[in-house]
Design a protein around this ligand. Structure first.
Ligand code: BES
Ligand code: MN
Ligand code: ZN
Length: 496
């Protein structure tokens, strides 16, 4: 999709869909919307007076246009209450409006930047968010549909009247496009079926996606893992006919130490011998969402070029119940020598992360951020709205929470008191891999904390937020690409 900025009077931009906006409670529109209203002889004001347009958040009213305005179709999108307006609402309304125009067959969409006028938002950030919303909202996964009769939007244009603002807006538009396309890339990986996106395929995708952007990507096999003593990762992998891979991607910034981004890469989680129930098991193809977020974030980082160095690590394997599968009760040893009693083979995410986190420490990466669809208990705690965040370091936690505020990805800090360690004490090993029903997301995080030891670290349990059941705003049903934009903002913050 082509994204650009055009310098034009809003009434003179040629498009088959022009998006303007309206706050709730406004009876006579101002700004760019007002200019369009006047050109069309008060059409928008009449829609408001008739009660056919209210300005409610996400409401989209589409009417035919044409001379005296150059766009053939007009979409007015509601911005909701002026006092409650945010950058994330910009993303939402931009997504709803562009998607509504696509449904009417529009190929060339022009839009004003939402929220920079009476919305009071920073115009540069509002422009980034307008583009993010459009690109994220138009996403769909169509790889395996034979009938390709659907119409796509080919071009999104930001309209700006003042010539001296065009250059800054172009930079903003490019940034929004990079961030949103990186998130869509993560969504593509999540939505791939597990027979296609095997650990080897995921490693290949990382290489073909990231190497052209200037990153160095290394892919390690089982023999290498054995030489490193990665017994926890190998234990999970041994039940599968598909061999595991460890993916390491490096971005060389001038500021060191490099930040470590670690993503859980289970390409399919059957549960192993502690087999999951059949219902909903198909959703476990998205158990590599953490890995997808790391690949997406690195794609954006390669293009936005922050000063801080970054290394992404993705342990990739299936979790299958084959004849060689690990058994409940097995004891495995991590690369850094910790022994783990595997009580439940379905608690495999923390096992593969144990070795990935150990390797991140060997590389001297700091701080560490891991993302994982780790526990069903996380979804019980926070549902599909917020991602739970756990940490062993207050400053790193605060930086990550700030990054979440900038990205609009909702986070919530979770506790990690030492008392929770009681639940994962093993009779025969250093630790066991399950802590019982109470506080399941916390004991999983506590397990990771023990693997991290002294390095500053943040863990995001994205089990509830990696997948959406419904399309709304810029969220599309299926893989959400959660984490990508938060990670990029986090790295940028730690670059200064
Ligand atoms: N990948 C799952 C967690 C999950 C469940 C993610 C549902 C998304 C949706 C993870 O590997 C898992 O199976 N966790 C177990 C841990 C338990 C055995 C301690 C769980 O949450 O049931
Ligand atoms: Mn599992
Ligand atoms: Zn899993």
């Amino acid at each position: 999709m082509n994204i650009d900025v055009v310098q034009s009077d809003v009434t003179r931009v040629a498009a088959d869909g022009l998006i303007v906006n309206l706050f709730q409670g406004v009876t006579t529109p101002g700004g760019a919307t007002g200019a369009v209203d006047r050109a069309l002889g008060g059409l928008i004001s009449r829609l408001i007076a008739a009660g056919d347009l209210k300005g409610k958040l996400g409401e989209v009213v589409i009417v035919p246009a044409g001379e005296p305005i150059a766009a053939t179709r007009l979409a007015v999108v509601g911005l909701g209450e002026p006092g409650a307006f945010t950058l994330d609402r910009v993303r939402q309304v931009s997504a709803e409006a562009t998607r509504a125009l696509r449904a009417r067959g529009a190929r060339r969409v022009a839009t004003i930047v939402h929220g920079a006028g009476i919305g009071g938002l920073d115009p540069f950030e509002a422009a980034v968010a307008t583009v993010e919303g459009a690109v994220l909202g138009l996403y769909r996964f169509r790889r395996y549909r034979s009938e390709r009769d659907e119409q796509e939007v080919e071009e999104v244009l930001l309209v700006e009247r003042e010539g001296d603002r065009v250059a800054a807006l172009r930079t903003a538009a490019r940034r929004g496009q990079i961030l949103a396309e990186a998130q869509n890339l993560a969504r593509d990986l999540q939505n791939e079926p597990a027979n296609i996106l095997t650990p080897r395929a995921l490693a290949e995708r990382a290489q073909t996606l990231l190497t052209p952007l200037g990153l160095r990507v290394e892919v390690y096999d089982e023999a290498w893992m054995r030489s490193k003593g990665m017994g926890a990762l190998l234990g999970v992998a041994q039940g599968s006919a598909e061999p595991p891979r460890l993916i390491v991607a490096r971005y060389d910034g001038e500021v060191t130490p490099a930040i470590g981004l670690i993503g859980k890469g289970i390409t399919f989680d059957s549960g192993g011998l502690s087999l999951k129930p059949a219902e909903g098991m198909e959703l476990m193809k998205t158990d590599m969402s953490g890995g997808a977020a790391v690949i997406g974030a690195l794609a954006a980082i390669a293009q936005l070029r922050p000063r801080r160095a970054v290394v992404g690590i993705i342990p990739a394997t299936e979790n299958m119940p084959g004849g060689r599968a690990q058994r409940p009760g097995d004891v495995v040893r991590t690369m850094h020598g910790k022994t783990i009693e595997v009580i439940n083979t379905d608690a495999e995410g923390r096992l593969i992360l144990a070795d990935a986190l150990a390797y991140a420490q060997e590389l001297g990466l700091r701080p560490l951020v891991d993302l994982a669809t780790l526990t069903g208990a996380m979804t019980v705690a926070l549902g599909r709205v917020r991602t739970g965040v756990f940490s062993n370091d207050e400053a790193t936690l605060q930086a990550l929470l700030r990054a979440g505020e900038r990205s609009g990805e909702k986070l919530w800090p979770m506790p990690l008191d030492e008392e929770y360690a009681e639940q994962i004490k093993s009779e025969i090993a250093d630790v066991k891999n399950v802590g019982g029903r109470p506080a399941g997301a916390v004991t999983a995080a506590m397990f990771l904390k023990q693997m991290v030891r002294e390095t500053p670290w943040v863990h995001l349990d994205i089990a509830g937020t990696a997948r959406a059941e419904q399309t709304k705003g810029y969220t599309i049903s299926g893989g959400t690409g959660i984490g990508v934009r938060t990670l990029v903002h986090f790295v940028e913050q730690l670059s200064n």
